[in-house]
Design a protein around this ligand. Structure first.
Ligand code: ASP
Length: 370
């Protein structure tokens, strides 16, 4: 239940703290909403891949995170351990080791994480050579005064902390797929960035049609959020980003408020899909703010999708029905353990509760496909 401090309570609380005189009258009506700190139902929610890949082990990402949470681990440690399973899995080509590389064949990874109770955050972008960018993002959170390190600096930071830096995070599969894509792209298009981008996009879509890569892995990411019985909530997002991206392109995943946002008093939201659409609207922040005003996770997610739809006006981004021609998914959890997966078009998400891991259909904004 969202409980707004009413004006009288707020004044009483302020008076008790001897603060009333210092608080401008105009602000008294804007006291922040907090979700009452009752005990929560432990939940882990993630993109659907969180209940697919096991990296040769016994459990999926959401199972791992849920098990750790219910055994008392810190929630951020748990969700990061969950996504590590995918980052390290060579078969999962949208995340970490074996993630599909950029246009030059280099795997560049993005990640962010947030710790609700500690009010701390960390992220890395365009990180090369480290299989588990989520652990580097967590190190940024825990060991620096900063929120985001990028490129060479992020790699140096990781090296200094003892992370193994590898020359190439491609697997045989991701390298083969990149070579296939490269063969389809006329190098002369480098002369015209617009044509080249279009040729690259068309080549990628053709590879999806031919079944070489999964539609959801053209983009592809894992976001994983968890809450424990005390209502402590944390989240992490990690990705190899848009396949065949321009080197240096950073998507929404490492950007707080876009690919992930956690407010320890309210809830968490994270995203997969077209990062540019999400970055433009800072949807995860929008979703958490909607929950702060009392919205259920599903309604908060729908509000963000509507905003994305309203801001998608360029013809090249619209399909023949005039709707967004891309997928975008949000994974949303509040402090009480209520959750939702919402998406622009039909999709799936993963969840783990006391009932065990499940893959569920998202609430979709539109029927059909992008
Ligand atoms: N949102 C990620 C990005 O734009 C990719 C994805 O989730 O599919 O980098």
């Amino acid at each position: 239940m969202i409980e707004k401090l009413n004006r009288r309570d707020f004044i009483r609380a302020g008076a008790a703290a001897g603060l009333t005189a210092a608080v401008p009258q105009a602000l008294l009506g804007q006291a922040p909403a907090v979700i009452a700190p009752k005990s929560a139902r432990p939940v882990v929610i993630s993109s659907a891949n969180g209940n697919v890949f096991k990296n040769g082990g016994d459990v999926t990402g959401v199972q791992k995170a849920f098990g750790m949470i219910t055994q008392g681990s810190d929630v951020l440690d748990a969700v990061v351990a969950g996504v590590n399973i995918l980052e390290l899995d060579p078969q999962e080509d949208s995340v970490g080791y074996g993630g599909l590389p950029n246009a030059e064949g280099v795997v560049q990874l993005d990640s962010s994480c947030m710790h609700g109770p500690r009010r701390q955050a960390g992220g890395v972008a365009s990180l090369e050579g480290v299989r588990t960018p989520s652990l580097v993002a967590k190190a940024v959170l825990e060991q620096t005064d900063h929120h985001l390190l990028v490129g060479k600096g992020a790699q140096e930071f990781a090296r200094n902390l003892g992370f193994k830096i590898e020359d190439d995070l491609n697997t045989e599969k991701s390298r083969r797929l990149w070579l296939d894509w490269k063969r389809r792209v006329d190098p002369s298009h480098y002369l015209d960035p617009r044509k080249r981008a279009e040729a690259g996009h068309q080549a990628a879509l053709q590879m999806v049609r031919e079944g070489l890569i999964r539609q959801e892995h053209l983009w592809g990411t894992i976001n994983c959020d968890g809450v424990n019985a005390k209502g402590e909530i944390c989240g992490v997002t990690t990705t190899s980003g848009l396949s065949w991206k321009i080197p240096g392109r950073v998507g929404d995943s490492p950007i707080l408020g876009a690919g992930l946002y956690v407010d320890g008093e309210i809830g968490a939201a994270g995203s997969t899909g077209r990062g540019e659409a999400n970055l433009y609207n800072l949807s995860s922040f929008l979703i958490v703010e909607a929950m702060r005003r009392g919205a259920h996770p599903k309604d908060a997610g729908m509000e963000a999708l509507k905003r994305v739809v309203a801001n998608t006006v360029e013809k090249r981004l619209l399909n023949d029905r005039g709707r967004p021609a891309f997928d975008l998914n949000f994974y949303i959890l509040n402090k009480r353990g209520e959750y939702a997966g919402v998406s622009m078009y039909a999709s799936h998400y993963a969840v783990c509760t006391e009932k065990g891991p499940e893959t569920l259909p998202t609430e979709a904004m539109f029927e059909g496909k992008a």
